[in-house]
Design a protein around this ligand. Structure first.
Ligand code: GLV
Ligand code: MG
Length: 292
């Protein structure tokens, strides 16, 4: 699989193509044009008509998924609604494969497979899928959904919709089980996992705290609703210089011993630690290579 950094995903509203253009060069790893909850029902058609050409407009900067600049994606409407079905049809009729689609309100692996089949029919072999886990049914079927198509590379944890459905608050503690289940599904399927955006754009300390908690649980990134959130998110999800240096020493010590276990600074180093350290170095290498 091509190297892809997925620390930050910035949503821009479908009607505001100007914001999409600006966001592409604002430091986010991914920028996602939103046709779903960021667009009121009366403006859905206008947003779709504007956003689809913008998604492919190479003059806007960024990339389709590799190289420097942000990767592009589009959140369509839920595929079991008329808006969502028309979004899919419009994308298929456009004639160019979208780099990535973000699918909200998915409830089962069949929902994902249906989208994948439409993409197959359109000959869009390169289109990647990201799936939002934000319904009770999706949470129950999270691992099956995560494994539903080889096109999926990322899950998103949709805390806003999920908490509304569960009747819970949006607090970190209230959604701990649900986040844990999403981590389990994404990691078992080998996918990246992006946390819900923080809604208070003025609260950088709160954003950093939530991002750190998510990172410690196994999330690989966090979504954003404003460009000012990108730098703190990228920072939290990038291995620090100290982590990189420790990782190098751990791997060196492990590789130098032929017993399958080493001792470093009084601590035992076994394979699981080495795997975690290799993962941190792989992310650091991608950052250093400037890929996204
Ligand atoms: C994202 O879509 C959410 O509902 O949190
Ligand atoms: Mg949602």
């Amino acid at each position: 699989m091509e190297p892809t950094l997925r620390r930050s995903l910035l949503f821009t509203p479908g009607l505001r193509v100007d914001r999409f253009a600006k966001a592409l060069s604002g430091g986010a790893d991914m920028v996602c044009i939103d046709l779903e909850d960021g667009v009121a029902p009366d403006f859905k058609i206008e947003a779709r008509d504007k956003a689809i050409p913008a998604l492919f407009d190479s003059a806007l900067g960024g990339t389709g998924g590799t190289g420097s600049g942000a990767a592009r994606a589009m959140r369509i409407n839920p595929i079991k609604t008329q808006f969502g079905m028309r979004d899919m049809l419009a994308l298929c009729e456009f004639g160019t494969a979208p780099p990535a689609l973000l699918l909200p309100k998915i409830e089962s692996p069949e929902d994902v497979r249906w989208v994948a089949e439409l993409l197959d029919e359109a000959d869009y072999s390169k289109t990647r899928l990201m799936v939002i886990i934000e319904t009770g049914r999706a949470l129950e079927a999270a691992l099956d959904i995560a494994s539903a198509s080889p096109r999926i590379d990322t899950l998103l944890f949709g805390a806003a919709d999920l908490s509304a459905e569960l009747g819970s608050s949006l607090d970190w503690e209230a959604l701990h089980y649900a986040r844990g289940r999403a981590v389990h599904a994404a990691s078992s399927a080998g996918l990246d996992l992006i946390d819900v955006p923080s809604l208070d754009i003025k609260d950088e300390a709160g954003l950093r705290r939530e991002a750190r908690l998510a990172q410690r649980m196994g999330f690989t990134g966090k979504a954003a609703i404003h460009p000012v959130q990108i730098a703190p998110i990228n920072d939290v999800f990038s291995p620090s210089a100290e982590t990189i240096s420790i990782a190098r020493r751990v791997i060196e010590a492990y590789e130098a011993s032929d017993a399958g276990v080493a001792l470093l600074d009084g601590k035992v180093v076994e394979m699981p630690v080495v795997r975690a350290m290799r993962r941190a170095l792989a992310i650091a290498d991608k950052i250093a290579a400037g890929t996204s």
